[in-house]
Write a protein that binds this ligand. Structure first.
Ligand code: IPD
Ligand code: CA
Ligand code: CA
Length: 269
């Protein structure tokens, strides 16, 4: 077995265990939901319990690896060749409202590049997995992106970061523009599932700003292994620390990039 396969199986063990925790807490939080800082940026007992379990599994198997986890922050040397980016509950707002669109997302960056990813949606029991050169799967069956090549025939997804009330760079104008040009733009509320849905062809593209490495590390390698393309909005190489991502089935990439570079002002709508 290759190292990547071993890391993929460890990440899967952690994600499935964390998924059980999320299912156990679902609908039972009763007031145990607090705002972390910005309005609407929530954390729950489920986020914390899920993350604790993931950290235990990774530490047990791979004590020499470092971690960047949403709730615990930086653990170990962040320049380590092996850095795990962990979102123990991606879609916390949905989860707190019992809207069943959330996931565990566990990605491994090797020298800063996403190489292994596991995204687990426990409510629908959907397990997305990928590793560089090993392909992408949904519930252990291979997945590929859609063939849609025209914006007018596409369905897209996006999201709005928690700083959206504090900046005019809040994705509202982009959302209106792409809603006009396509068959629709969805706002699922879970960035990792947005990427997983592009990877398995349910949607044709996804873009977002204000996004953290733990939201997308797993989804990036999943989508690349499923035949998709990931860049900055303007088509230049993707940088995970930039907080911006344009992710498509590849066929739609240039058109969506062009549309994002030519967004009319919000007052137009
Ligand atoms: C959020 C979700 C959402 C995205 C936000 C993220 P959280 O993660 O992925 O879809 O629009 O930018 O912060 O807070 O639910 O883990
Ligand atoms: Ca997240
Ligand atoms: Ca989260």
């Amino acid at each position: 077995m290759t190292n990547l396969q071993i890391f993929l199986d460890i990440a899967t063990e952690a994600a499935l265990a964390a998924g059980v925790v999320l299912q156990d807490y679902f609908g039972k939080l009763e007031g145990a939901i607090i705002e972390k800082g910005r309005p609407g940026d929530l954390v729950t007992a489920a986020d914390k319990a899920s993350e604790k379990l993931i950290l235990e599994v990774l530490h047990c198997h791979l004590p020499e690896h470092s971690i960047l986890a949403e709730e615990s922050g930086k653990l170990g040397n962040q320049d380590n060749e092996y850095l795990w980016a962990i979102d123990p509950l991606d879609g916390t707002t949905n989860y707190a409202h019992q809207y069943p669109c959330f996931a565990v997302s566990i990605g491994l960056l090797i020298n800063g590049v996403p190489q292994v990813g596991v995204i687990y949606d426990p409510f629908h029991d959907e397990l997305f997995r990928a590793a560089a050169g090993l392909g992408a799967t949904r519930n252990r069956r291979p997945i590929t992106v859609s063939q849609t090549a025209e914006l007018s025939k596409s369905l897209l997804t996006t999201g709005f970061a928690y700083d959206r009330r504090e900046t005019s760079d809040n994705n509202y104008a982009e959302f209106c523009h792409l809603t006009h040009l396509t068959q629709g733009v969805r706002r699922g509320g879970s960035a990792s599932l947005d990427l997983a849905y592009v990877a398995c062809g349910r949607v044709d593209g996804y873009w977002e700003r204000g996004i953290a490495p733990w939201d997308i590390a797993a989804g990036v390698i999943l989508l690349q292994e499923a035949g998709g393309k990931i860049t900055a909005y303007d088509g230049t190489p993707f940088k995970i620390e930039s907080g911006r991502i344009l992710a498509t089935n590849s066929h739609l990439h240039d058109s969506l990039s062009d549309a994002l570079m030519q967004v009319p002002p919000l007052s137009t709508w």
